[in-house]
Write a protein that binds this ligand. Structure first.
Ligand SMILES: [Mn+2]
Length: 322
């Protein structure tokens, strides 16, 4: 491939270099500095200074990249697309954010994401804990205006302060709503279960712009019906997809910060993402992979698979089609 060759540069050929041999980028794709510009940048955001329970998501990006070597394939059979040939996808490395000061790190992530927007149409961020969604949403809003958040998570993450801290992994969507980043009434959580303090949490959540699909409803209705609910909710607003890996059952994702038994299967979430084909997605994240609690790369492989599904969805966004 030369500078004059307009074709996207894809992963290293697995018939030339075995999958386990590198490079260490997501899906063995080129680095952003090797291609200059791209349609989709995969960027690591290794911040876990906002966690309330198990730490360790700072190592998430590396674990997801390692698992992506085998999980992210050049042709997606069900979607009928070669995502890395249809568009240039590249690895933008990791945001260099401080581990010592969450407020400062949030600013660093925001400016890194805004900077990437000049060279890349879309971002898929690999967390990091869920705190990182706030600066990523600021960057998405700067690009597309108010966004409809499709949020897959066991937890609402619309809580207020914790131990007096405004910025933590339980508050990104409350802060985002307060900052005017969200398309109110068009945001939706899928997979919610586990602890809330009481009904007032749900009242707050609705006021902040969200609708809740509990895990049990998602399981009872199935992915097709949930996809219809997502599509009806977001309408034609630009979409931001946020995936907390703890939306999956701990059987499918044990390596995470706040595990909640009774979650979705990886397959159910894959089906829902595929059902979002064609939506005007601006950016997305996969967060809360804590590799030290993982077993046999189960969580990292699930996260790599979901990040791959997101890169595939960008081959179908309206800016690609027309
Ligand atoms: Mn979360």
């Amino acid at each position: 491939v030369t500078d004059s060759d307009p074709r996207p540069r894809g992963p290293v050929d697995a018939e030339q270099v075995p999958r386990f041999a590198g490079p260490e980028t997501f899906a063995r794709l080129p680095r952003l500095d090797e291609v200059g510009r791209c349609d989709v940048a995969v960027v690591g955001v290794p911040l876990d200074s906002g966690v309330s329970y198990r730490p360790g998501a700072r190592f998430g990006p590396g674990a997801i990249r390692a698992a992506s070597k085998i999980v992210a394939r050049i042709y997606h059979q069900e979607m009928g697309v070669a995502p890395f040939a249809a568009q240039q996808v590249a690895d933008a490395g990791d945001v260099a954010c401080t581990p010592y000061d969450v407020v400062r790190a949030v600013g660093e992530i925001e400016s890194a994401a805004r900077g990437l927007a000049d060279r890349c149409r879309h971002l898929v961020a690999l967390g990091g804990d869920h705190t990182v969604a706030l600066p990523l949403l600021r960057a998405a809003h700067a690009r597309a205006g108010e966004v409809a958040v499709v949020h897959f998570d066991a937890h609402l993450d619309t809580w207020d302060t914790s131990f007096g801290a405004e910025f933590n992994h339980g508050s990104p969507f409350r802060r985002a709503s307060e900052e005017g980043l969200l398309a109110l009434g068009k945001c939706i959580h899928v997979g919610i279960r586990g602890a809330i303090e009481g009904p007032s949490d749900l009242d707050d959540d609705a006021r902040l712009g969200f609708q809740v699909v509990p895990t049990m409803a998602a399981a009872d209705d199935g992915p097709r019906v949930i996809v219809e609910r997502i599509r009806a909710r977001v309408g034609d607003a630009p979409v931001y997809v946020s995936i907390d890996i703890d939306v999956l059952d701990p059987a499918h994702a044990p390596g995470t910060g706040v595990p909640e038994p009774g979650g979705l299967t990886t397959r159910e979430l894959q089906a829902m993402l595929r059902g979002m084909r064609g939506l005007p997605i601006v950016a997305a994240d996969v967060v809360e992979v804590a590799p030290a609690y993982d077993h046999a790369e189960i969580t990292a492989m699930a996260a790599a698979s979901l990040a791959y599904e997101l890169t595939v969805l960008f081959a179908f966004t309206p800016d690609r089609a027309g």
